[in-house]
Ligand binder design. Structure first.
Ligand code: FMN
Length: 222
């Protein structure tokens, strides 16, 4: 793990975060986890599951969208979306957009692949171009701000670190109107089950999920 700054998960761990509202009377926001790895059940999936467990404990509903298997084709760069706000490709992109649009918060989990994110996740990212076109070209209103966070896993051994994967993910989340509350980066993970030997990372992911959930509840209640 890295980062010396006080994070949203520190606030939860120290009890400084909001107390969760009464789960009976409060609305139940929805937190969506986007799983970016083509290796299902691997390290980033496990971190995401811990984060969503933490979120559920804090009182929200959770859902997971796995980038692998969405059946999305790569963006063609045709720029049709800059004229219409819609994608010209006839794959299930509308269903994916609907799942992303209706949630109160987003948590993205990804491994580092050649310094950035795996192709399956990058395809999803590139297909977000209509969101950018709508606000930056067509003048549509900006989306409502929502909280979110990023979980990144890598093995290490190359000099490029997490920066490119984080920047790429932040770039997409910015277009979606997501305020990134926290980024948890875990190195030293290679085999699919390695994260099980990093209990501090799993605790960190849980706290990160709780922090995102509490902020989603706060914004929904406000
Ligand atoms: C194609 C490929 C490229 C990778 N590139 C990097 C890299 O650039 N830097 C790094 O630290 N780890 C790299 N890794 C290792 C993965 O980030 C690591 O195994 C991670 O724990 C996988 O997460 P997952 O189990 O969620 O798929 C790469 C792995 C693969 C399969």
């Amino acid at each position: 793990m890295s980062g010396d700054e006080r994070t949203a998960r520190d606030a939860v761990a120290s009890g400084d975060a909001l107390i969760a509202p009464d789960p009976v009377t409060a609305p139940r926001p929805l937190v969506l986890g986007i799983a970016g790895s083509p290796r299902r059940g691997g390290n980033s999936d496990t971190l995401l599951a811990a984060a969503l467990d933490g979120a559920a404990e804090a009182g929200v509903a959770t859902d997971t969208l796995a980038a692998a298997g969405l059946g999305l084709a790569p963006c063609r760069g045709c720029n049709t979306c800059s004229r219409t706000g819609e994608c010209i490709l006839s794959d299930p992109w509308r269903d994916v957009f609907e799942r992303i649009d209706r949630v109160d918060a987003l948590i993205v989990a990804s491994p580092v692949y050649f310094a950035t994110v795996p192709a399956v996740l990058k395809i999803l990212y590139d297909r977000m171009q209509p969101y950018w076109a709508r606000t930056h070209v067509l003048g549509h209103p900006r989306p409502a701000r929502r909280p979110g966070a990023i979980l990144l896993a890598r093995s290490g051994g190359d000099p490029y670190g997490f920066d490119a994967a984080e920047a790429t993910t932040r770039s997409v989340l910015a277009v979606l109107g997501i305020d990134v509350l926290d980024v948890l980066k875990v190195a030293g993970l290679d085999a699919g089950g390695d994260v099980a030997h990093h209990p501090e990372a799993l605790t960190g992911a849980r706290l990160l999920g709780s922090a995102v959930a509490l902020e989603a509840i706060r914004r929904r209640s406000g």
